[in-house]
Design a protein around this ligand. Sequence first.
Ligand SMILES: Nc1ncnc2c1ncn2[C@@H]1O[C@H](COP(=O)(O)OP(=O)(O)OP(=O)(O)O)[C@@H](O)[C@H]1O
Length: 309
Amino acid sequence: MTLVIEDVTKTYQNFKAVDQLSFTIPKGESFGLIGQNGAGKTTTFRMILDLQETTHGTISWDGKPMNAINRDLLGYLPEERGIFPTMPVEEQLYFFGELRGKKRKDLKPEVEYWIKRFELDEKRKEKAEKLSKGNQQKVQLIASFIHRPEFLILDEPFSGLDPVNKDLLKDAILHLKQQGTTILFSSHQMDHVEELCDHLCLLKRGKSLFSGSLLDLKKSYGKIKLSVRSAHSADELSQQPGVVSVLQKKDHLVLTLEDESYGEALFRYISNGSFVERFSLDYLSLDEIFKLKVGEPVEQISTLGETTL
Ligand SMILES: Nc1ncnc2c1ncn2[C@@H]1O[C@H](COP(=O)(O)OP(=O)(O)OP(=O)(O)O)[C@@H](O)[C@H]1O
């Protein structure tokens, strides 16, 4: 079972929100859709879920058009957050599960499992409106997959969660993936996508800049990020052949090379007669690649953990 998006365009009046988009998500994958605000992620999700029509192109799941798919096989966490304010947490989860055709007795183990896993045990009888924003989001998140859909779409699932809850969500996504759920999610935060996805699509103003395997994307640039801690200054290293830029970090330098083949000569130069505390050639991070692809210079790349686009 595979989701196939083929040459999909969505036009609002004269504006193309999604432009000739194609990608494939094999069953059991977790797939990241990445793009800045307004790139077309939500529009894509809504077309996949058949909540909006495509202007052009087709979307199919296991060879069938999306309007022929049983809705109970799908799960969706929309970008707009919303749960029933006066309904207690536990009831809310049963309600959404029953809405998706599940029986209460079959839902019980799921509800118990996820309430505990998301550390909502003490809140289970509380009205949703009394919960913090993050806890409300967790309830809505669980509600999106309490019926164990085959295909789950999560629109910005990490936004608004603290680091501990982000980790709980990452674990949950990996758990669902292990159980065979196909997951498509959007995020502005590249580190989440890097950790959770083997495949992804980079969107810019509705167009795909890349879709495919994360490793292939990284390999296409080669190992051009060189981290160095030695006696050499940034100025000195920036004069060396093949060095595109040098960024001063707290306790080391990060060089971007024209090509990974320059690494060897640089190692000889840097290690020649002096002590080298650190020398490592790496692939660019997804965050760095995205910024290159959307046109920002490498010098502006942040290495501060989570970077928001
Ligand atoms: N109903 C609509 N009518 C006109 N333009 C629309 C409509 N819905 C979306 N757009 C436009 O289409 C573009 C893509 O919007 P979309 O919500 O899909 O982006 P997004 O990638 O999900 O952004 P964000 O990360 O901010 O949620 C935006 O420029 C948006 O203003």
